[in-house]
Design a protein around this ligand. Structure first.
Ligand code: PEP
Length: 258
């Protein structure tokens, strides 16, 4: 059975001290989670060792990274390999975030190579997909997202899909305050699951968690997470404040119990 997951993407925010304080506050306020709930925190690279040490006492909270390089090692000044992340106790790698696709010109082929690097090095992947506003306005979002999923994941075998979580993040909803309606989220998540089922079969499709991302906050998390195909969220801005992130985690825990 797939788990409900709430993952924090801190992006390029917070100093070491601020990051430590945030994790401390999360630790103090963390609600009781059951075995079907899972929290991931993906801080900047500079925080990984510190955050890893802090998370040692939190069984349900796992360490993530926001990116990895597509090559194994070598002359790539300023970059970080998947093996380095693994050696820093990272368990989840966010791959294919729309900000990386846009600002760092990551194409589908590069994203697929990053997926491979994370898996080969024994980590799990949070694979991001999502359409820009003009695609949504044209009504072609299903085909757009399906093509990202196919290009980024469909070279994987069934067993490798165990280590994949998908995050549907409509670009027009990221950091804009404009959330997809729960119906828009549910429709796309159901479509992604159907695409997975057509390629891998019902078991893989049912076992793959599909998270929603895009201006998710405590006030809309419960409604989004109540959708049958929305298995949690990838959270940006609201993950930077303990009270907000805890509110979203609480919504996840309640959704599982419902
Ligand atoms: C994100 O960038 O992954 C994201 C969901 O950001 P926000 O929650 O700030 O929209």
């Amino acid at each position: 059975m797939r788990k409900k997951i709430v993952a924090a993407n801190w992006k390029m925010n917070l100093t070491l001290i601020e990051g430590a304080e945030l994790v401390n506050d999360l630790f103090k306020g963390m609600p009781q989670l059951n075995e079907n709930n899972l929290v991931v925190i993906a801080p900047p690279y500079t925080h990984l060792t510190q955050t890893s040490a802090q998370l040692a006492g939190m069984a349900d909270v796992h360490l993530g990274a926001q990116n990895c390089h597509s090559e194994t090692a070598g002359a790539y000044t300023g970059e970080i390999s998947a093996a380095m992340l693994k050696s820093a106790e990272v368990e989840y790698v966010i791959v294919g975030h729309s900000e990386r696709r846009e600002y760092f010109k990551e194409d589908d082929a590069t994203v697929a190579k990053k997926v491979n690097q994370a898996l080969v090095n024994g980590m799990k992947v949070i694979f991001c997909c999502g359409e820009p506003l003009e695609v949504r306005d044209a009504g072609t979002q299903n085909a757009y997202v399906e093509s990202q999923v196919r290009a980024g994941l469909f070279h994987l075998g069934d067993r490798q899909m165990n280590d994949i979580t998908i995050a549907y993040e409509p670009i027009w909803a990221i950091g804009t305050g404009r959330t997809a309606t729960s119906q828009q989220a549910q429709d796309m998540h159901a479509h992604i699951r159907q695409v997975l089922a057509a390629n891998y079969g019902a078991e893989v499709a049912n076992d793959t968690a599909i998270l929603y991302g895009g201006s998710c906050k405590p006030s809309n998390a419960a409604e989004l997470f109540a959708c049958p195909d929305v298995d949690g969220g990838l959270i940006g801005g609201a993950a930077l404040k303990a009270s907000e992130f805890l509110g979203i985690i609480t919504a996840m825990a309640a959704a599982v119990e419902a």
